[in-house]
Design a protein around this ligand. Structure first.
Ligand code: EPZ
Length: 419
């Protein structure tokens, strides 16, 4: 297994380009299954989770072609298998996103239950209940979701919890159902909007994308199309926090500032001088230490849970005391123990942490546990005296494209080594 070695050597400076969003490209790739013809998806990030999804679609009989500059063409017309086996799903929970398309277009699916992960139990009951409401016959046995359906029928679905992939699975299924589906308390994340935009380009009839109520009028067929994936707002936020924590000045390009308001507001509160353009964000700390900021995570448009670990690092070296509360997942503080080993003054109390900022952290060998926690350990290493080694880097490779190259472009002393 690989590890990353990072020297805490001063502020991040320079420009970095953002890749396509992991959490948009995954549902969009599975949504290609809904089309009767091939789609070409552009701005696809080179991530392990993307490779896994492409392997899954390939195993189902789809024809995939990788273009030379981040393009993927998916032709679902040769599909001959409607299963997502355990050995693939356990490596990537988001494989559950084939369920909606398979049931809607092919009337059958056999998808392994994703099971939990480091950050929580991650149930999929709302995905299943929603599809049942649309007429799917779903049984669960032997760790598998087995679904059968004739043509799905439109339904009124109220999601008791805001669920991103739950909204996405039901949205995809509703596009080919007979009649109208209303999804209330739907997720509003930009990645859900990007999926809705792709589905609309395929011929779907969707109203309310980006709001908490989606109205979908089912159509008889959808057609493949060309689509470019939205930029990754979490990758964007991760680099901005790295610059803020290290008292640097960077410009993040090929991104979507309007998807970042809650994060940019908190960075401004922390003392960052932020300038935004159409597709770029500049952050300048003027060499100053960040101020501690209180954060509570919640579904979009509120502060994203996927940025919580990064702000733990910012507050760990900020001036003052702060509180971070995690309301989305029940176990998303795995990074705290690692940060404490690096000298952070953090106390966990239930779903909150209290952080007293220190001037600098101290390098230590640390271990990545989940995707965003791993990225936060890199940020911590940037503001730690000495060389930090971050092991189990495969967590990072799932969701960040060429992360050490991009940090290196910003002046970080970072290199990959084998464990
Ligand atoms: C998506 O996960 C993202 N993954 C996560 O990003 C992200 O952290 C999360 O949304 C929240 O924004 C992808 O989009 C591939 P949820 P998802 O369903 O959809 C409960 C990353 O780092 N729930 O919105 O699996 C659940 O327990 C990953 O890129 C149910 O109770 O998350 C949780 O408490 C990590 N029943 C809450 O909803 C269900 O059927 C939100 O989970 C589904 C969810």
């Amino acid at each position: 297994m690989d590890k990353l070695l990072i020297e805490g050597n001063g502020p991040l400076t320079g420009d970095v380009r953002i890749s396509g969003a992991k959490n948009a490209v995954l549902p969009i790739l599975t949504a290609t299954l809904l089309g009767s013809t091939a789609s070409r998806i552009n701005n696809v990030p080179h991530l392990n989770d993307v490779t896994t999804t492409m392997s899954l679609l390939g195993r189902m009989g789809c024809q995939l072609t990788m273009g030379d500059n981040m393009q993927v063409e998916v032709d679902p017309s040769t599909i001959n298998d409607y299963a997502a086996p355990y050995d693939l799903v356990r490596t990537m929970r988001a494989s559950i996103l084939v369920l909606g398309p398979l049931v809607a277009r092919y009337g059958q699916a056999e998808v392994s239950l994703p099971g939990g992960c480091a950050i929580g139990a991650r149930p999929v009951n709302l995905h299943i209940e929603g599809l049942r409401a649309m007429g799917a016959d779903i049984t669960i046995d032997g760790g598998y979701i087995r679904a059968k359906a004739g043509r799905l029928k439109g339904a009124n679905i109220h999601l008791e919890t805001v669920t991103v992939t739950g909204t996405e699975n039901l949205l995809m299924a509703a596009t080919l159902a007979r009649g109208q589906t209303v999804i209330e308390n739907a997720a509003r994340e930009p990645e859900v909007v990007d999926l809705a935009n792709y589905l609309t380009a395929m011929g779907a009839k969707i109203q309310g994308a980006g709001t908490s109520t989606l109205v979908i009028d089912g159509v008889d067929d959808l057609y493949g199309t060309d689509y470019t994936v939205v930029a990754d707002r979490i990758e964007t936020g991760t680099f901005l926090v790295g610059a803020a924590a290290s008292r640097g000045k960077i410009c993040v390009k090929d991104t979507v500032p309007s998807n970042m308001n809650s994060v940019l507001d908190k960075l401004t509160e922390a003392g960052a001088d932020i300038t935004i353009g159409d597709d770029w964000i500049e952050l300048d700390m003027h060499g100053e230490r960040p101020q501690a900021v209180n954060v509570t995570t919640a579904p979009y448009p509120d502060f994203p849970t996927d940025m919580q670990a990064q702000f733990c690092v910012l507050n760990a070296v900020a001036s003052g005391t702060s509180k971070i509360t995690e309301t989305v997942f029940e176990n998303r503080f795995m990074h705290i123990n690692e940060l404490q080993r690096m000298g952070a003054d953090i106390n966990i109390d239930g779903n909150s942490v209290t952080i007293k900022g220190v001037e600098r952290l101290t390098a230590a060998p640390v271990m990545a546990t989940d995707l965003r926690a791993s990225a936060s350990l890199i940020l911590a290493a940037l503001v730690a005296d000495g060389e930090t080694s971050v092991s189990r880097v495969y967590h990072i490779d799932r969701g960040y494209e060429r992360i050490e190259e991009k940090f290196h472009q910003l002046g970080a002393e970072i290199r990959r080594a084998s464990d």
